[in-house]
Design a protein around this ligand. Structure first.
Ligand code: C2O
Ligand code: CU
Ligand code: CU
Length: 473
């Protein structure tokens, strides 16, 4: 009884703080003390393009990579240096690029004073290689996962996944891209020259204190920042020639949804979702991405003239300026057909399972239970098809929705409240945004054995218990 009262007491204190944050964010984020003049383009930095990580094994079909997790510092604001974390550098990490069927050996060297792990988000691998909460890499030690990549060309990513520090380690900079190519993606003549017409955009938001250090404020909606960072700089620019450019976009935020659009409202083409190319390009002028989701889009800059400037925004906040340069001869294409998909055959489904995401103010859980590493919540047979019906059970004060993510699988969205998904969500997905009042049905299959997490990708929700685990036999 006493325990219950203190628990309720604690919940109400947390809720009051949460409410205060929602209505008076300036109490928590010292925006006024930061002198950031967005109209002053003289200090605007050019977009930094993460380097491609060197493959240390010259043999075809075998790749060997080395990642060092380290402390760093970055100049984001004025002349201030922000303490950060990075892979092989100060902030974020290099891009790991592999071909389908490659055997990949990775050495992760954890030089932090804390433990970490490296989870390959979107990759279909056996449990021990997944990099989840059970593959902890203690401080000053190595981890050597090894796996064969067997999935279609896609833009995946990696980030820490240790219990208690996932959210803060990602916030401080630990995230990187993992790109898979295959025969199909190479044959399409898409823009595919890395750093030239194939460019990653890792979008994040952060809050800073008066000394330019990150401040991490956990509210009911997770840690939301007020400065937008693309590939590690606040509001950078990119010079682009008059040609098609493919952007591999990652919502790398802890908690914020992005609604991406161009300043002239012109359209672009989405060609890939989380786990691979779509069947056909989808023309759109607004792209919604929840934390953890990715999209590849192509913007055709050939309709602009030298000197034009187009800005990519989320809502009304500028993320990056594209400064149009020269006319060039562009031989890349946006093909009408991108990838083959088998028809969804529900006769193969052996089980339908419902999953409830619970969110009552600061209290979050899955199916009424908070994460317990000692409890297996779901078991699945390898290769079995299941339908998962995901819905949200939320109180009055609650986050509008939750990005639901499942490890070691790429699934298909069957419907949202009975309606077929939008075309840009009809391909391979590993994260799906489920709004309050919505039931989303997905078709899942696991090709690898082991213990895997499924959770909300608002990292603060994940840490607070909106995570469960499944075992694939
Ligand atoms: Cu992006 Cu469980 O992770
Ligand atoms: Cu994941
Ligand atoms: Cu959530």
């Amino acid at each position: 009884m006493i325990k219950k009262i203190t628990f309720i007491g604690l919940i109400s204190i947390i809720s009051v703080v949460g409410l205060a944050f929602v209505f008076f964010p300036e109490l928590f984020i010292q925006t006024s003390q930061i002198n950031l003049n967005f109209s002053d383009k003289s200090t605007q930095k050019s977009l930094s393009i993460p380097s491609l990580l060197e493959d240390l094994n010259p043999e075809d079909g075998i790749s060997e990579f080395k990642l060092t997790v380290q402390n760093g510092q970055v100049n984001f604001i004025d002349d201030k240096l922000t303490k950060t974390l990075g892979y092989n550098g100060n902030y974020l990490g290099p891009v790991i690029k592999v071909d389908r069927y490659d055997l990949v050996n990775i050495t992760v060297d954890n030089q932090l004073d804390d433990s970490t792990s490296v989870h390959w988000h979107g990759l279909e691998v056996d449990g021990p290689a997944d990099g989840g909460p059970f593959q902890v890499i203690p401080s000053k030690s190595l981890w050597n996962p090894s796996f064969v990549v067997d999935q279609v060309a896609s833009t995946l990513w990696f980030h820490p996944h240790v219990m208690g520090t996932t959210a803060t380690q990602v916030y401080q900079g630990l995230a990187g891209l993992f790109i898979v190519e295959d025969e199909n993606s190479k044959s399409l003549n898409l823009p595919d020259k890395y750093g030239v017409n194939d460019i990653p955009l890792i979008i994040q938001d952060r809050a800073f204190d008066a000394n330019g250090q990150f401040i991490y404020i956990n509210s009911m909606d997770g840690a939301i920042g007020n400065r937008f960072i693309v590939n590690g700089s606040i509001y950078p620019y990119l010079d682009v020639d008059q040609m098609k450019v493919r952007f591999r976009i990652v919502n790398g935020a802890n908690a914020r949804n992005y609604n991406l659009h161009l300043s002239d409202n012109s359209s672009f083409y989405q060609i890939a979702s989380d786990g691979g190319l779509l069947e056909s390009p989808v023309e759109m002028d607004n792209l919604f991405l929840a934390p953890g989701e990715r999209a590849e889009i192509i913007i055709d800059f050939s309709k602009y003239s030298k000197g034009d400037q187009i800005t990519l925004l989320t809502e009304d906040k500028a993320l990056i300026d594209f400064n149009i340069q020269n006319e060039v001869n562009d031989t890349s294409v946006i093909p009408d057909h991108l990838a083959d998909f088998e028809n969804i055959d529900l006769s193969k489904v052996t089980k339908t399972k419902s999953i409830e995401l619970d969110a009552m103010g600061m209290f979050v859980a899955i199916d009424g239970q908070q994460f317990d590493p000692l409890r297996i919540d779901t078991t699945v047979n390898q290769f079995e098809y299941q339908i998962w019906e995901i819905s949200v059970n939320s109180g009055m004060m609650s986050t509008p929705g939750h990005p639901f993510h499942v490890h070691s699988t790429q699934f298909r969205i069957l419907d949202r409240n009975g309606q077929a998904p939008n075309e840009n969500e009809a391909g391979w997905k590993d994260t799906v945004y489920v709004r309050n009042g919505e039931t989303v049905r997905i078709l899942v299959q696991f090709k690898h054995k082991g213990i895997f997490m499924y959770h909300c990708h608002i990292l603060e929700h994940e840490e607070a218990g909106m995570m469960a685990q499944l075992q694939v036999y």
